[in-house]
Design a protein around this ligand. Structure first.
Ligand code: ZN
Length: 198
């Protein structure tokens, strides 16, 4: 079946490991890359290598950044007493696009899932608890509306409530089972506005 040269097969193989890229898409991308001008291909590969090398976790909110603090945590214009907890940086981006949230974020990089063997210690909860020792008024849990997201929300509320900090959960405007990043901005904004205290 190896009718391509080794190098092409190698490229197709690497691309097919990317999420959402099947064998056919990998082939299409590989040939697209081969047809690109050399400098564009070099730019693409340098962007990947540099991002991988230089991007790290924000020391406050754990999102990806290339500085010690991400631009949101570094901003004086944001309300640092209000922390929205999201599962991943894509959810953070989705909420930022609404332009309506003035607080800061905390990125868990996952959700608790006993089925998948992901426990509280596997997501960035310790880092959240450290932040809550500071001056925080509200934690808004904006994990996804599915079993894992709900389990995580319940767990967080149990941790945070005894600290005397308000804990709320985004409203049910977000469809059950819905991934936040695919939901439109108006729906996200309504979900935030209609959040309920846990
Ligand atoms: Zn940050």
């Amino acid at each position: 079946m190896d009718f391509y040269s080794t190098q092409i097969s190698n490229l197709v193989e690497h691309l097919s490991h990317l999420p959402g890229i099947g064998a056919k898409s990998a082939q299409r991308l590989a040939f697209h890359i081969l047809n690109m001008p050399s400098e564009q291909v070099e730019g693409l590969s340098a962007a990947m290598v540099n991002a991988k090398k230089n991007v790290r976790y924000c020391k406050e909110c754990c999102t990806y950044t290339d500085d010690e603090l991400c631009p949101i945590c570094a901003s004086q214009k944001r309300n640092h007493k209000q922390i929205m907890v999201v599962e991943n940086p894509r959810d953070l981006a989705a909420y930022e696009k609404t332009g309506k949230f003035e607080g800061v974020y905390h990125v868990l990089h996952g959700a608790i899932s006993p089925m998948a063997g992901i426990g509280p210690q596997d997501i960035r909860l310790d880092e959240l608890m450290v932040r809550l020792q500071g001056d925080v008024e509200e934690v808004i849990v904006a994990t996804n509306k599915n079993l894992e997201g709900d389990t995580t929300a319940t767990y967080i509320s149990k941790l945070v409530k005894p600290l005397g900090i308000k804990v709320s959960r985004i409203a049910s405007g977000v469809p059950a089972g819905g991934d936040l990043e695919y939901i439109d901005e108006v729906t996200l904004y309504r979900a935030l506005e209609g959040r309920v205290e846990l």
